[in-house]
Design a protein around this ligand. Sequence first.
Ligand code: MHO
Length: 184
Amino acid sequence: MTETAKTETAILGGGCFWCTEAAFTELAGVTAVQSGYAGGQIANPSYKQVCTGATGHAEVVQVTYRPEILSFEDLLRVFFTIHDPTTLNRQGADIGTQYRSVIFYADAAQKAAAEKIIAEFESSGAWGQKIVTELSPAPIFYRAEPEHDQYFARNPYSGYCNAVIAPKITKLRKVFASRLRKPA
Ligand code: MHO
């Protein structure tokens, strides 16, 4: 009889979800990454609605991971490396509350871990400025439309993917080489 491996989930917003989905998918210990929306005022928002910034949702990913392989703290270290947590409601050219940096924590342990890793990155001076990442209890997560699934994998040469996502993936592979999933 095989035992089902224990998994946990985290909801993280680090700007455009095509980017964060692509990055987290590369990590060993991550079993699923789903793009979606969280933290806004209406139920079942569409991409078009979220893009206006008017609904209050952030673009997020729901990451399912095996904590004995990848701890929540290590997942956050990746999170704080692959997006800029110092620009309020903005990632590069993407501007608006839908691109805010946010950790929607599932419980008190995730909240405490988030506070710890934020302090770690602030004191290391990695970003040189104050971290503005929002920390809020996890609200309802709404899946994004299927056309956003594996967006980078399916559209690697589109202008945005090439200009914005590819450099993040390059950084991830360099900084977290030892944490990448082994090729199948
Ligand atoms: N500014 C980009 C963002 C993509 S992202 C999934 C675009 O509109 O293509 O929000």
